[in-house]
Each structure stands twice: as C-alpha cells, then as structure tokens.
Design a binder for this molecule. Sequence first.
Ligand code: P5A
Length: 446
Amino acid sequence: MRLSRYFLPVLKETPAEAQIVSHRLMLRAGMIKQASAGIYSWLPLGFRVLERIQQIVHEEQERAGHIPLLMPTLQSADLWRESGRYDAYGEEMLRIKDRGGRDLLFSPTAEELITDIFRSYVKSYKDVPLTLYQIQWKFRDEIRPRFGVMRGREFLMKDGYNFDLTKEAALHAYNRHLVSYLRTYERMGLKAIPMRADSGPIGGEDTHEFLVLAETGESEVFYDSEVTDLTFGDRAIDYDSVEQCQGVLEEFTSRYARTDETHDEAVFNQIPEERRRVARGIEVGQIFYFGTKYSEPLGATVQDAEGNKVPVHMGSHGIGVSRLLGALIEANHDDKGIIWPEGVTPFHCGIVNLKQGDAAADAACENLYDQLKTAGLEPLYDDRDERAGAKFATMDLIGLPWRITVGPRGLKNGVVELTSRRTGESVELAPEAAVHQVTEIYRKHP
Ligand code: P5A
C-alpha cells in the first residue's frame, strides 16, 4: 500500500475523551472512529488488525477441530423464553420489535440459537462430539461503555459451543479449548493467563477467564508469580488426546490465579509471600462448562448406544476479538505510539523515502516495495512529499515492527537502514539484504 493513496486519518492532538493509552492511540493512529457511545467504525488500519486477529483465531480453531458457521445478530425472543434467559438477562440485552410487533433481540451471546440448530438436526450419539463456532458482532447495552473497544456495546466476539455425549467428553472439550486459547493468544504476541473465575449470566460450574496483565485492566486479579513464567510455545499437541490436553490444563491452572470474584484470601496466603501478586488484568476470553443448562430446557437430546434419549453436555467459549486490539496496545506501546507484535501487525514493514522526488531514492523505494510484495509481505510505503520527521512520527505512531529508511546519502554507499520499532536499533544493509532479513523474520510468524 502506498500511503499517498491510503486512508489513514492520523490525529495530531491527543483526543481528550480517551482515558487510557490504547484508546488514545487507536484514535490518534486513525484506527477507529466512535459512531455513538460504545459503537465504533473500523477505519482501514484498525480493520486490518481486526482481520489479522480473526485469521489467527480461525486457524487455531480449525487446528483444534472446530467448525465455523455464521448465525444472525438479530434473534427471536421466543427461543430465549424457552431457556428462561429472556427475562433473566436484564438491561444489557437490546430488545427490538419488528413491524409485526414480534420481539427480537440483538444477540449478546448465542447459546440458545446454536442449541436450536443442534436439536433440529442431530439425533444420534454418533454425530457428537461436535464443536461449532462463529466470529460475529454482539451487542450488550453496558451501563458504562468505556476505554474504546475495550468495553464496547457493539463488539466482535469469537463464540464457540461444544456438544458432547457425557460430562467427561465435555470436560475434554473444555480442556481442549484452554489449550487452543493459550496457543491463539501467544501467536498474537500476548501473554494471557487462565484464571479461575465466576460464570455470570452464561452459567455453569467450571469456568476460566484469560487475562492479560495491565494496569488499566478492569478486573482485579490475584496470582502466584510462577504463572507468568509459563509459555505454551510451539509444542505439538494432539487435540484429541484427553491426557495431553489434561496435562496442559494442569500445568497452566494448578498454581493460584483467580479473579476477585473467586479470590480466597486464606488459600492465597499459603503461597510464599514473595510470589504473591495482586494486579489488574484485561479479560480477553472465557471458557465455560455448563452441562445440560441449555440442552434440557430446549430439548437438545441424542440417542445413546442403548437407545435412551439423553440431553447433551455443553460448554461455550469466547474470545473478545475487538477487545484484543485494546489489550494488545496496552501491552505493546511506548511514548511514541503502538508497537505491533509481528503476528498481528497491519503491515509487515514500512518504507520511508527520505527524499521523495529524488530519482535514486524513488527507484530504490519502488524496488523494495515490489520485492517485499513478491516475498508475500504487505509493505506500507510512505511516498508522501513530507518532511522526514513527520514520516518517522507517523510510522512510530502506527507501530509497524520494521521500517526500511531510504535516502540519497545511504544509496551512494549502496545501503538502506533497517530499524526495529521495538528496540529502536538500526542496521545499514544492501536493499536486497534488508528484504531478505524482513522476509526471514516473518517466516516465523506465518
Ligand atoms: C462464551 C462465548 C460468553 O459470552 N458465550 C459465548 C460465552 N462469554 S463472555 O465472557 O461473556 O464473553 C466472551 C468475551 O467477550 C469479550 N467481551 C467484550 N468485549 C468488548 N466489549 C464488551 N462489552 C465485552 N463483553 C465481553 C471478553 O473478552 C469476554 O471474555
């Protein structure tokens, strides 16, 4: 993409309404624009990151054997009356009437609708286990939408639902999701810690939230500092293996890590004092096992091997896709702007032409641009007729992890400069070597 032809409405001023750094930076970098309270337009740069995050979520869901589908945002109230949640959900649910006077609602979650799909088609134990998921907009009429996309009213969620014959099988699905979420967040360059939580209006016995530690987080969390040393890395895992998934669950959840809802001071105090941590976190996901809470009232049953009709055991699992942008920026920024992890960056590499209009500089930039694209990368070429300082400020603000700077002086010596946004370190290289180095870096972040 050439910046002169892109739509990147960066702001010079710091927007007064934004209280936290991620919200400020998203507005300044021209990623989002508020449409009304808690509802945002995703401008091109923000939309790119949103798509990158979705792509990672899809790939990791597929790796775990889950199947994508898409359900509507507007749902009939009747289904929610069947489960009893139409009245129970409260004011967070946006209720709508159509022209025929029928009650609809904007889905805050989709346990009912997915259970209706399941009960309509699946009749035999041979057709489970089954896990279906979608990435779809949700609406929750939050009392205090704030912090930009962090607590929106309209927000993008990955929501998945498992259907299993027995409790044991459903608990395996729970563990499998925990493993797959660990991997998903790490691919985005985030450390998200599973913590024992409360199940709220979704219900159920077992639930873990995934929290990214950040001072601006809305949840108070209590944990053993050893949990922050754990990384999932690039382990090969068989998602069908009960033992392997259970093993990872035990490794990542055996130490104390809880939100304030489930915090137990007496148990916490048994951890050696130097390892006790009280901090704040951003909830970027949550997994639930709730058994037959929806399958019983909605009649989602299958015939087991003996011919008995039994309600299926279920769980649901959510990732806050749009919230993740805020969490990623809270965890990756400095005073100049955003620092995207390679896995989610909107463009792989910036190209800054220090002297637009200089024949050698222009030609070298065009060459770099073509070579990076040929290597399968997406460069952002700042080809505007602007001062070098302004170009650097824009690149630093929007946070591309790598920048190649091209100027007539360097070109006389056959070099360009490759700079890491994170460390600020630069090296001088031949243009081809710079392309090679950037390509190698992204080979590790497919
Ligand atoms: C699991 C999927 C559920 O709704 N039903 C389907 C279950 N879980 S949840 O924890 O309530 O939401 C899942 C994730 O969505 C994000 N989230 C939000 N993001 C932005 N703004 C909001 N108002 C908002 N509410 C929830 C969180 O990341 C949460 O973990």
